[in-house]
Design a binder for this molecule. Structure first.
Ligand code: NDP
Length: 596
């Protein structure tokens, strides 16, 4: 095959594989942990029966969510001198993603030196290039201790309602534990990846064996812990549904422990080399103040398509974004062609890696991804593919159709039942569903208007953070906001931005802030201009279905208004920083407190 023909053949193959996976129900194929599925939502990390007295108080700031976003927001507020603070969190501790996700093998897939926040502030250096979940969870607790956040936290608590009180200029927030918090400002730092989903396969509730979602791993049943050693599975037949980033990390441990493991696959992930390393003591000694921010920026620049003189992280991510020559192209068409050729080459390497590791040719073929690399989140692992060489592990490829049915005793694919004792759902989280749906509670702003209704025709914001009609509300989300592969980079910037705004308001006697209609329109213009000029993007209409492209369904005007800032991570950060430099809260309408 010459190069052109091979590109044509690949384009056609990608198209065929995509078509196999398109389904009319799109995102509606998934169900959440409510109704008959509510038992899936049990928190395995807390003792049942927790009670505490209800809290009734007036505070300056309420932070909703105690994951990285909430931790960073609260830390930056503390650093800005804001003491009157509460944090409400569903889980039993700080950590968010790292509180819930304790499945075996869980580790960060972005380098820990740039992913784990506040390393210089806490004086902590991770023990490995890709730290494992317990170490990251412990770091969350370290941050909370250091910045005295535990005394502000209300754990195992869900926000139920949020109503703006126009007379008091406060948000009245009520919770599942009967709390009533009257907050001048609310930061919502949850909702990006916290709502787990199940595939809406018929029969899930009829299964008589043991089943759970990966974000609620049941070690009482499997034995072992996040580092593996699942000894209670030695006599069990285990099925796992899904082969995304979570499953890729868990499957090597399941394969090592279970009597029989069935991996039910709909779409294979791309699996690059991981090459994890213990932290080099000599390197640690060379680190100079400011090293973490420099490294974070270096990574975000490279993966936003801005080549740098040095690649400090040098891993599978930066390799994907290595210079493909398209920046030197003469025309946009030439640039697109060069980018596509580079993608074909890199995905051919991924497929060749499968052949090099997996011995059974049919299994190897089924494990090869045929789509553009950024259609799905790329995965990196050094034991996943090899697990399929074990005699007790069987890949059940559903050829893009997905599992057909769950019975009381097993899983049906293509008319055949695979009996299992334990069924694990590695079926992910809601990522691209509407922000107001992911939140799980409604927000009622001025005049009792709900955010859901206000955004019925699509979101309107300033910087993705403020919405007109919802004073003193600061949201961290991806809707009309920045986006990063190392998402913590954006969260920290949003946290600094929110802390700056709140500190200014408290200091200057500003009672309320709210974006003007014009500022929202201008911001939407900025979002659109980047969408039109096609920045680095995950997903896309030519992609295999997934959460990056609304499961392959066309985007309507409402979904388009949920788009993020496509101009690059550093550019978004620049927008926020320049805005703060003006020090005039531009685009926000202000009202003053009576005393000022
Ligand atoms: P994903 O959404 O990536 O994966 C869900 C899996 O379930 C997919 O393989 C999907 O197949 C499969 N699936 C869905 N429905 C069916 C069905 N009916 N039959 C068979 N299979 C089905 O979830 P993950 O939890 O793996 O990852 C979510 C995100 O969380 C990641 O993209 C990443 O951002 C983050 N993450 C990060 C990690 C890290 O930093 N270490 C680790 C884990 C997750 P299909 O592809 O066909 O839709």
């Amino acid at each position: 095959m010459n190069a052109t023909k091979s590109a044509e053949a690949l384009r056609e193959k990608y198209r065929i594989e995509r078509e196999k996976r398109l389904r009319p129900d799109g995102s509606a194929q998934y169900v959440d942990f409510s109704g008959v599925y509510k038992d899936f939502d049990r928190d395995p990390h807390v003792e049942p029966g927790f009670t505490r007295p209800a809290v009734n108080e007036a505070i300056d700031v309420l932070v909703v969510g105690a994951g990285f976003g909430g931790l960073l927001a609260a830390t930056r507020l503390r650093q800005a001198g804001v003491d009157s603070l509460r944090i409400v969190e569903k889980g039993g501790d700080f950590g968010g993603t790292w509180y819930w996700n304790r499945y075996p093998g869980a580790a960060c897939d972005v380098e820990s030196y740039i992913y784990m926040p506040l390393l210089e502030e806490t004086g902590y250096i991770p023990t490995e290039k890709y730290a494992k979940a317990p170490e990251i969870f412990a770091h969350c607790q370290r941050i909370a201790r250091q910045f005295d956040l535990y005394r502000a936290a209300l754990f195992q608590t869900l926000v139920e309602r949020m109503d703006w009180d126009d007379a008091a200029n406060r948000w009245i927030v009520t919770t599942s534990r009967g709390d009533r918090l009257a907050a001048r400002f609310v930061i919502i730092a949850g909702g990006v990846l916290h709502k787990a989903k199940l595939p809406g396969i018929p029969g899930i509730e009829t299964f008589q064996g043991h089943s759970f979602h990966t974000s609620r791993w049941d070690y009482d049943y499997t034995g072992g812990g996040p580092m593996g050693g699942l000894d209670k599975l030695a006599d069990k037949r285990v099925g796992i549904i899904g082969t995304g980033a979570t499953a890729v990390q868990a499957i090597p441990h399941l394969g090592a422990a279970a009597r029989q493991l069935y991996v039910f696959q709909r779409t294979p992930s791309s699996i690059g080399a991981r090459d994890n390393q213990p932290t080099d003591e000599a390197w640690k000694q060379t680190l100079q103040p400011g090293w973490q921010q420099e490294r974070i920026r270096n990574f975000s620049a490279i993966v936003s398509g801005r080549p740098q003189e040095v690649d400090l992280v040098r891993d599978g991510w930066t390799y994907i974004f290595a210079d493909d020559g398209s920046r030197r192209a003469q025309t946009p068409e030439e640039a697109a062609e060069l980018r596509q050729q580079a993608d074909f080459r890199k995905m051919e390497e991924i497929r060749a890696r499968v052949d090099a590791i997996v011995r059974d040719p049919a299994t190897a073929e089924a494990l090869k991804p045929y789509y553009y690399q950024l259609c799905k989140r790329p995965c990196f692992h050094d034991e996943y593919l090899d697990t399929f060489n074990r005699p007790n592990v069987r890949l059940v490829d559903t050829e893009g159709k997905g599992v057909e049915r769950i019975t009381p005793t097993g899983v049906v694919v293509n008319g055949q039942e695979y009996p299992v004792d334990c069924l694990i759902y590695a079926s992910g989280f809601e990522v691209s569903s509407e922000y107001t749906r992911r939140l799980g509670f409604d927000i009622r702003g001025r005049g009792g208007t709900s955010l859901r209704d206000s955004w019925a025709e699509g979101a309107s914001t300033l910087h993705g953070m403020h919405a007109r009609g919802f004073p003193n509300l600061l949201m961290f989300s991806t809707t009309q906001s920045g986006w990063a592969i190392n998402f913590v980079h954006i969260l920290d910037e949003q946290s600094q931005h929110a802390a700056y705004i709140i500190e200014r308001c408290l200091q200057r006697g500003i009672a309320t802030i709210e974006p003007t209609e014009q500022a929202q329109q201008e911001w939407w213009g900025v979002i659109m201009s980047h969408l039109m000029s096609g920045g680095v993007a995950f997903g896309g209409p030519e992609c295999t279905p997934g959460y990056y492209n609304n499961e392959g369904a066309a985007f309507g005007p409402r979904e388009i208004r949920m788009a993020g800032f496509a101009g690059g991570t550093l550019e978004f950060i620049e927008v926020l920083r320049n805005w703060r430099k003006g020090d005039d809260l531009a685009g926000l309408e202000l009202t003053r407190t009576a005393e000022s």
